[in-house]
Design a protein. Structure first.
Length: 250
């Protein structure tokens, strides 16, 4: 029986890379969710190449009505359930600046997409996941969401407060949902894909001379999927680095 994966943020970057990598595996069907999938040329090419195995759906994580509509659309095609939900969609602060320069509206924008949006998607797809075979939810976080690591300092310490706070909150969301869904046999984890060569990962305003992303999209995706394949119920609630399989401290 084919496993059904739901990937948010599937139009570009790591989300698109995840879709492409999954389609190379036998026995996978991918629901590629994005704000404007019809305008995502690379995603549409994959849908054409793997006709019948890719289902695109409109889903804007900042819009609760859009999230609910997407889940209803997926339910029409996969009434028997879905197996994996990868909450990949996310945004970063508009500017790589000191925390004290971040405006409240910007802070709220990032939290709405990265944290509240991921929660709403999980909530909306819960009934379909409960019908599935693996009942696995992966919240794609960041090492930047580790409070412990920020206390130790580093190149982003004191900066991009909205993004890092949204990921720390996402990690808490993982821990809470892992407890809430334990009796249903779910696996809920947070993962860090590593520092990846994407539009977000190579922004010019990062201004960190001599420091470059460690991974390509293809490398990160391969390691990410290998990590997901090894997850067990004992891992639920944990926070992992997909780059090296090690657990990250909250």
């Amino acid at each position: 029986m084919a496993l059904v994966w739901v990937i948010t943020g599937a139009s570009r970057g790591l989300g698109l890379g995840m879709v492409a990598a999954l389609l190379e595996q036998e026995g996978t069907i991918v629901v590629a969710a994005a704000r404007n999938p019809d305008k995502a040329e690379a995603l549409q090419k994959l849908a054409e190449r793997y006709s019948g195995r890719v289902h695109t759906v409109v889903l804007d994580t900042s819009d609760e009505a859009s999230v609910k509509a997407a889940a209803a659309t997926v339910e029409k095609h996969f009434s028997d359930g879905v197996d994996f939900l990868i909450n990949m969609a996310g945004v970063a602060d508009s500017n790589f600046v000191s925390a004290l320069q971040t405006e409240g509206s910007e802070y709220l924008r990032v939290l709405k997409v990265n944290t509240v949006g991921s929660f709403l998607v999980t909530q909306a797809f819960y009934p379909l996941l409960k019908k599935g075979n693996t009942r696995t939810v992966v919240n794609v976080s960041s090492r930047g969401g580790s409070i412990t690591n920020h206390r130790a300092g580093g190149p982003i310490s004191g900066k991009i407060v909205a993004y890092t706070s949204s990921k720390a909150a996402l990690n808490m969301q993982t821990a809470v949902l892992a407890g809430a869904l334990k009796d249903d046999g779910f696996i809920v984890v947070s993962t860090c894909p590593g520092w990846v060569d994407t539009d977000m990962g190579t922004r010019s305003d990062f201004d960190m001379p001599g420091i470059k992303p460690d991974l390509t999209v293809e490398e990160s995706t391969k390691r990410h999927l290998a990590l997901i394949a090894k997850l067990t119920k004992d891992d639920s609630g944990k926070y992992f680095s997909a780059a090296n399989d090690k657990e990250i401290p909250y």
